[in-house]
Ligand binder design. Structure first.
Ligand SMILES: *[C@@H]1O[C@H](CO)[C@@H](O)[C@H](O)[C@H]1NC(C)=O
Ligand SMILES: *[C@@H]1O[C@H](CO)[C@@H](O)[C@H](O)[C@H]1NC(C)=O
Ligand SMILES: *[C@@H]1O[C@H](CO)[C@@H](O)[C@H](O)[C@H]1NC(C)=O
Ligand SMILES: *[C@@H]1O[C@H](CO)[C@@H](O)[C@H](O)[C@H]1NC(C)=O
Ligand SMILES: *[C@@H]1O[C@H](CO)[C@@H](O)[C@H](O)[C@H]1NC(C)=O
Length: 265
């Protein structure tokens, strides 16, 4: 009885999710190469996290990816490691300023995770973590969590383990808007090759950032208005902590946007 319940649960799960999505209500996007995820989003076969993604089920955006640093550490590839270290530290400068939540460091040699120390570069100063915590994922991988009261534009890592450094990933969070309930005040539509395309609100949370409006699949679009009266809004199915917004606009357009929709129950 119990096992058949689980089985039917899994079967409905398999049937319900379209290719490239997973999770009990299919709200997680597979972030593995070739979209090769198992039912939990874990990469199968030889696939691995897509470039720029890392962490549990590859769900976290890596804001260190291909930024200004030692290439082996920020190429998203755990198999490329530092060959020689020029300084006693490495500095990873990010492309912008971010609210820090956590990072992951991967070494090629066990026994050195405890030697690593991270400092955080903010506009005002270099900060140490006063109240953080760290977790050894395995004997080569450590996750470091810290609350930094201001945005950081980089990290400075020291410690003997650095000479075995393979990867540093810095979390830019995961996309909480995916397939959540989106609404907008009006819907622009257009005849494209005799098909009427409706640029509905959900097209902005479907993980298809195709900026070519006239291909009809990638964008939400309200009617035009000269005032700021048109609105687009997403409602989360549970309370969330938001650290950043990323907006992909249509190509050849400008988004004259302001954020007003931050509702607390
Ligand atoms: C940072 O900028 C470089 C150079 O423009 C780019 O290749 C890289 O993808 C960017 N990385 C992130 C995480 O934005
Ligand atoms: C690290 O973990 C691997 C795999 O779990 C194990 O084979 C290895 O012996 C460990 N190394 C050390 C030094 O603990
Ligand atoms: C450190 O974190 C703990 C647990 O989150 C909290 O109880 C404590 O007040 C924090 N201390 C400081 C100095 O922020
Ligand atoms: C990084 O940390 C090292 C060791 O504390 C220090 O010598 C170096 O100046 C720091 N560099 C930056 C850019 O913070
Ligand atoms: C767009 O909306 C119109 C009117 O509601 C409808 O007839 C049409 O089928 C819709 N187009 C698509 C592609 O769903």
């Amino acid at each position: 009885m119990f096992s058949s319940t689980i089985l039917s649960f899994y079967l409905s799960w398999i049937q319900a999710c379209t290719f490239g999505w997973f999770g009990p209500v299919c709200k997680y996007k597979c972030r593995c190469t070739a979209d090769s995820c198992d039912l939990d989003g874990v990469c199968t076969g030889t696939s691995r996290c897509k470039p720029g993604w890392f962490g549990p089920a590859c769900q976290y955006a890596d804001v260190a990816y291909r930024t200004n640093s030692i290439p082996e550490a920020i190429d998203g590839n755990d198999n490329t490691c530092i060959s020689s270290l020029k300084e006693e530290y490495i500095v990873i400068e990010l492309n912008g300023s971010y609210i820090f939540t956590w990072l992951r460091i991967l070494l090629s040699q066990a026994g050195f995770l405890a030697t690593l120390q991270v400092k955080y570069l903010t506009k005002a100063s270099i900060m140490e973590c006063i109240n953080g915590s760290s977790f050894n994922v395995d004997n080569l991988t450590i996750d470091i969590v810290c609350h930094i009261p201001m945005q950081i534009f980089g990290v400075n890592i020291t410690g003997e383990g650095l000479k075995y450094l393979c990867s540093v990933y810095i979390s830019g969070g995961r996309n909480l808007a995916l397939r959540e309930k989106a609404r907008q005040t009006s819907v622009y539509s257009e005849l494209i090759n005799n098909v009427r395309f409706n640029f509905t609100a959900d097209k902005a949370v479907d993980s298809r950032p195709n900026g070519r409006l006239h291909q009809g699949t990638g964008c939400a679009h309200t009617l035009q208005s000269s005032s700021m009266s048109e609105k687009w809004c997403v409602t989360f199915s549970q309370p969330r902590r938001i650290n950043r917004y990323v907006i992909y606009n249509r190509l050849g357009g400008t988004c004259n946007c302001v954020f007003v929709c931050l509702l607390n129950k």
